[in-house]
Design a protein around this ligand. Structure first.
Ligand code: THU
Length: 139
């Protein structure tokens, strides 16, 4: 488990801010960037990608998880997700689930300069995850 102080929050947040410039958000005009750190020291990032069929929008976290998998996978230790104003934005419900798959309860989620990061387990208590599948199959 990583501790809050071990994470280079400033650079992670800066990377997330930079990633907002890659967003495609012509409908909401809310640009979102996400940056993550993996347990083996890699960095991953993403930005939101909207669609004329509004419901098909991909959040920045979807894009980050795609980047992670495209790089060969691994565990996420910490993520920073920011909007175009540079401040952290709460991950939506679907994205909490997406992040849980790759970081679990211990994943640290940036809450800004003045607030301690939160664990994903606090943001998505009692989550359904891959372990559940293994034990709940009929056969
Ligand atoms: N958005 C994200 O990228 N991540 C979230 O967790 C919350 C919402 C995006 C989706 C949409 O493009 C815009 O923010 C407004 O909802």
């Amino acid at each position: 488990m990583s501790t809050l102080s071990e994470i280079p929050w400033e650079s992670l947040r800066a990377q997330a801010r930079q990633a907002t410039s890659k967003s495609y958000a012509p409908y909401s005009n809310v640009t979102v960037g996400a940056a993550g750190l993996t347990s083996d020291g890699r960095s991953v990032e993403g930005a939101n990608v909207e669609n004329a069929s509004y419901g098909l929008t991909l959040c920045a976290e979807c894009s980050l998880v795609s980047d992670l998998v495209r790089q060969g996978g691994g565990r996420l230790l910490a993520v920073s997700i920011v909007a175009g104003d540079g401040q952290p934005i709460a991950p939506c419900g679907r994205c909490r689930q997406l992040l849980f798959e790759h970081g679990g309860n211990e994943l640290l989620v940036d809450a800004g300069e003045r607030t301690p990061a939160r664990r994903l387990g606090e943001l998505l208590p009692g989550a359904f995850g891959p372990d559940e599948l293994g034990t709940r199959k009929n056969s």
